[in-house]
Design a protein. Structure first.
Length: 580
């Protein structure tokens, strides 16, 4: 399912948005990171920061008091005239120029983590939706706006194209989204694609099976056999796609919220009951002490022992606080014991109240957590270090002695390959002879090289060397049976027979990949990451703190920092290359 527009989507959308040039801006509305810019010809431009932009007919609410960012936009550009709409290079950035006495520029960054910025005619930032700071640019009020580095696939020359054997990587490195790059196998097909773009021969369509899975401006081979819904414009297709998906999400959210609301209502009802009982038991205890002599007399006159044993409780009416209270006392106990029993029951009710209040807070936290972070599907290999090779094989590595042991015992099968760095304490790695779908997949020489580099890069070698050897062997060569007189600790294995060595650079790329439609952060050799990811960085041993770098990457990839930390190499790093 598409969650963010790519550069080609934006190219088609902006081509159509030329039609709003000359329109005047009306009111502007905001809901968190969603902005609706009203146009006086009754159209509205919808922007979801970092993810979406299109003309829309689906605004659901009009906040009486808009947030400060929307108020600021109203102040500067409401009533202004749209004079220009363009895409920066072929990147996921849209520029809208507006004249209202002065020239203003609205910059919409669809690149993660996303932003919407209002600039003056000197490119200085007046209003950012969010304040952001990067190594090479600062997005905050008063700073001059600097574009992020951009790559334009239209600039690839025939000479450059024909030089490269790996066409897919070339196209992706130059900014062409993967789904289009995979459809191009030679320079003629590439030029035909660019020509189709320039001629704006769009066929806007939503791709679906049982549900919406993509929205694209062109027909693609990968979607042959899928159901398609065609639209007159890419803006209309994107509007329908986004808000249909959002409608389903809201329905799910509402169902969950209703269920949670019912749970909280029951808990609050229980608290009310507990509070009433707490008060009643305390007052009963107080009433017993307030009527000490009377209760003592009742207890003495309560009958013979045999009667007390058979009927130990008696109802009494006691005056207390300008009212009469009817309560039960135990004829077998004294005045103090009867009163204390009531106080103990009152205390238990207080404990139940605290427990119920805590349960409500936990329920509210759970709701908040579900809203902030949707649960993502977890694959079996995520219990280990992992990556998907350039040829599609799953490669997994242990994190410690325990996972090394479990990995080899449970997952090393007959057709797989075992890999280990030539350094003490390195992880055991397994190349699976299967792909992500579980189907058999031959292990190539290239995959073995990638797995060896993976093994050395996630070992102690990272902080000690720039290159390191790794070896690979067949499963039958790996054993837990030591030589006579030897002892094998947990996570260690005996290797018998010939070892096949590879000398590898210490280098790891980190990128955002999609596995069965689920976005994951993957750490792997750059050849594997570049094949699967449109956004990546390449790291080598260096002097920068890995956690600090992970924090910056989490912002760039728009993911949780913990997801990036899991993929980081084990030591200080240095940025070698990036494509963000």
């Amino acid at each position: 399912m598409k969650e963010r527009l790519d550069a080609i989507d934006i190219y088609a959308i902006v081509s159509e948005l030329k039609g709003i040039e000359g329109s005047y801006i009306g009111k502007i509305y905001q809901d968190k990171d969603e902005i609706f810019i009203g146009l006086k010809d009754k159209r509205e431009l919808f922007i979801k920061s970092g993810k979406w932009i299109c003309l829309s007919k689906y605004r659901e609410s009009k906040a009486e008091q808009p947030p400060p960012f929307a108020m600021g936009l109203r102040k500067y550009i409401s009533g202004g005239k749209v004079v220009k709409v363009e895409q920066y290079e072929m990147d996921r950035i849209v520029l809208i120029e507006i004249v209202k006495e002065k020239l203003y520029r609205l910059v919409i960054e669809i690149i993660p983590p996303g932003n919407i910025l209002l600039l003056n005619d000197e490119w200085k930032i007046i209003l950012p939706l969010t304040h952001q700071k990067w190594k090479d640019r600062i997005l905050t009020t008063g700073e001059k706006y600097i574009f992020p580095s951009a790559k334009n696939p239209k600039k690839i020359s025939e000479e450059e194209f024909n030089k490269r054997e790996d066409i897919l990587s070339l196209l992706i490195e130059n900014g062409l989204p993967r789904i289009y790059a995979e459809e191009i196998s030679n320079y003629e097909e590439f030029r035909n694609f660019i020509k189709k773009l320039e001629e704006k021969n769009f066929e806007p369509q939503i791709i679906k099976n049982s549900e919406f899975i993509d929205v694209v401006p062109f027909s693609l081979k990968r979607y042959d056999g899928h159901e398609k819904i065609f639209f007159e414009s890419m803006n209309e297709a994107c509007d329908e796609y986004y808000h249909s998906i959002r409608k389903e999400e809201r329905k799910e959210e509402n169902d969950i919220e209703e269920k949670i609301a019912r749970r909280i209502a029951k808990q609050e009802e229980a608290i009310k009951k507990f509070e009433e009982e707490e008060k009643r038991y305390k007052e009963e205890g107080d009433a017993i002490f307030a009527n000490y002599e009377r209760v003592e007399r009742i207890l003495k006159e309560g009958g013979e022992g045999i009667i007390r044993k058979k009927y130990p409780f008696v109802e009494v009416e006691l005056p207390y606080m300008d009212k009469n209270m009817i309560l039960k006392i135990d004829l077998r106990k004294g005045v103090y014991e009867n009163a204390n029993e009531k106080y103990l029951k009152s205390k238990k009710m207080r404990e139940k109240i605290e427990g119920a209040k805590k349960a409500i807070e936990e329920t509210k936290k759970m709701v908040k957590s579900q809203k902030e972070k949707k649960e993502k599907k977890k694959f079996w290999f995520e219990n280990y270090r992992w990556f998907i090779s350039s040829d599609g094989n799953i490669v997994v590595g242990g994190k410690d002695a325990k996972t090394n042991e479990r990995l080899v015992r449970k997952y090393l099968k007959e057709d797989d390959i075992y890999v280990h760095a030539e350094i003490h304490g390195a992880p055991s790695c397994v190349i699976k002879a299967s792909g992500i779908d579980g189907k058999p997949l031959k292990i190539s020489e290239n995959t073995i090289k990638e797995a060896c580099q993976f093994a050395v890069s996630y070992s102690k070698a990272w902080d000690q060397f720039s290159v390191c050897n790794a070896y690979w062997v067949y499963p039958w060569q790996v054993s837990k049976t030591p030589e006579a007189g030897m002892y094998l600790p947990k996570g260690a294995f005996m290797i018998r027979g010939k070892r096949n060595y590879e000398t590898c650079l210490l280098e790891i790329a980190i990128g955002l990949v999609k596995i069965k439609g689920v976005e994951k952060i993957m750490g792997a050799p750059s050849s594997a990451v570049k094949r699967l990811s449109e956004k990546w960085v390449v790291l080598v041993p260096g002097g920068e703190d890995a956690n600090k770098v992970a924090k910056n990457l989490a912002k760039l990839f728009d993911v949780e920092i913990e997801d990036v930390q899991k993929a980081m190499p084990p030591g200080k790093v240095q940025l070698k290359e990036e494509n963000i």
